[in-house]
Design a protein around this ligand. Structure first.
Ligand code: SF4
Length: 475
């Protein structure tokens, strides 16, 4: 989500006539888009601002802008701690970044943090902003902002606000425009994508009779037929997957409690939707899941995984897990190990719990787990995970997988790297250079813990996007 916000901020400044640079020494404006979900975000921000202060002491014309969710959380504190910052803005007023910098030039340093998203007069969603995408054939599409859940470890609800879904028709139009510009893969983004559109459906049911809102534009043609109070995510997957030119649809993140049969059916029946499900588990202990306010048990999670595997052929499963959440006992951790062993994940993001100031769990100091204990548990979990990751990768040997070519391998530039529909990296040789964004069939010939090796069989689609040539200098 933050990376996509960075693209939108870059898009706004470029639309205002600025040119990007990789060199801090050349920059006239530095924008730091912060993320307080990351560990040590505060230290990193204030450390970077300290470095920028020495630059600004040498070049007083350098302008410094801080946005993102740490700015939303810290607000005026940033300018108190770092008086050389020109502008601080929050997560709900990204669209005002350029305007705020202009204002700061005449009136001096300023902070603008809004507590709610700014809505268009006639829409339910913040204005669409110009975007600079780093990769021409892939695009993120925000479908929802905010989150209505209250996971005890998470700062998102307090810095991103309540859930607001982008209108259905707006998203589909955006994907059509992306496809027309050569994008072939889109990732739908939201904090809890499985509840996408529930707010729209509820609003429309209340207002439709006396309003002139077009239900198909706001909620899609399928909803207009049944008009039930329900999530629109499965409908959206089908509609986005049907856009001409879109070969792959991914999404992140779903919440297990809201992940339902209709999404499984849409994934199975929509050819473009990739066979990859990232379903954050967080813990395998019912006691810890309850303390986290996750809204499901380990058994319910396992039932959803079983239903997804039953419904979707060749599905890869990945997850997130937190080790050492306050109060986690050996028994609780053992439950997590059991879920990992039973599911056999393809991969997982594993985190040792670290408190995020402002969250409920950060107050549970009397139940914090000793760090050495968490590290030991993490090692045990990784051993279980590595077994399943390796097995799942080895099981692909001999298959022909379609990959989208990303470019030369980072480890061995003589090889190319591609990504399968299951989100696995494959390294392979090609007698000819192949443009990033090309789709190719590759026979899988080897597997390791984290990637695959293959042999090129056939090019199936060449990209149509134009290659951007970086601007190195202007006169
Ligand atoms: S679902 Fe939970 S973890 Fe995800 S953004 Fe919402 S509060 Fe945070």
């Amino acid at each position: 989500m933050n990376a996509h916000d960075s693209e939108r901020i870059a898009g706004l400044f470029e639309a205002d006539g600025m040119v990007p640079t990789d060199s801090l020494d050349e920059a006239d404006v530095v924008v730091l888009n912060t993320c307080c979900i990351r560990e040590n975000a505060d230290n990193k921000l204030y450390g970077t601002l300290g470095h920028l202060k020495s630059l600004k002491d040498k070049r007083p014309e350098l302008e410094i802008v801080v946005g993102g969710c740490l700015a939303q959380k810290d607000r005026e504190l940033i300018q108190k701690k770092a008086g050389h910052v020109d502008v601080v803005f929050g997560t709900h007023n990204v669209h005002r970044a350029v305007e705020l910098l202009d204002a700061a030039r005449t009136s001096g340093p300023l902070t603008e943090i809004l507590d709610e998203a700014v809505l268009d007069d006639n829409e339910l969603f913040p204005t669409l902003l110009p975007t600079v995408r780093e990769i021409d054939y892939l695009a993120w599409v925000t479908i929802q902002i905010g989150c209505d859940n209250n996971c005890a470890f998470c700062i998102v609800p307090s810095v991103r606000g309540t859930e607001i879904s982008k209108p259905f028709g707006t998203i589909v139009d955006e994907v059509r425009q992306l496809a027309a510009s050569g994008v072939t893969e889109v990732t739908l983004l939201g904090q809890n994508v499985n509840s996408f559109g529930r707010d729209i459906a509820l609003k429309l049911r209340g207002e439709l009779a006396e309003s002139d809102i077009d239900p198909v534009e706001a909620a899609g043609a399928r909803w207009a037929e049944d008009r039930r109070a329900r999530s629109l995510f499965a409908d959206l997957l089908r509609e986005v997957g049907a856009v001409e030119g879109i070969r792959r649809v991914r999404y992140t993140s779903p919440h297990p409690k809201d992940f339902r049969e209709d999404t499984i059916a849409a994934m199975a029946e929509t050819a473009a939707v990739c066979e990859h499900l990232h379903l954050p588990l967080q813990s395998g202990s019912d006691r810890i899941l309850a303390a986290m306010h996750r809204g499901y048990t380990a058994d319910r999670y396992l039932a959803k995984v079983a239903a997804a595997r039953e419904g979707i052929d060749d599905l890869a499963l990945t997850t997130d897990v937190i080790i050492g959440f306050p109060g986690e006992t050996d028994r609780d951790f053992h439950d997590t190990l059991e879920v990992f062993a039973e599911v056999g994940f393809d991969a997982a993001y594993t985190f040792i719990y670290s408190p995020r100031p402002g969250t409920e769990a950060a107050e549970m100091t009397d139940r914090f787990v000793d760090h050495a204990v968490s590290v030991e548990r993490m090692n045990q979990l990784r051993a279980v995970l590595e077994r399943s990751s390796r097995q799942r990768n080895e099981a692909r040997i001999g298959r022909i997988d379609e990959v989208i070519v990303e470019g030369p391998s980072k480890r061995n530039p003589e090889l190319l790297t591609g990504r399968t529909r299951q989100n696995k990296l494959v390294h392979f040789a090609s007698p000819e250079p192949i443009r990033p964004g090309t789709y190719a069939l590759v026979e899988i010939t080897g597997a390791s813990l984290s990637n695959l090796a293959g042999e090129l069989r056939e090019i199936v689609h060449v990209p149509t996007h134009r290659t951007r040539i970086p601007l190195l200098a202007t006169s």
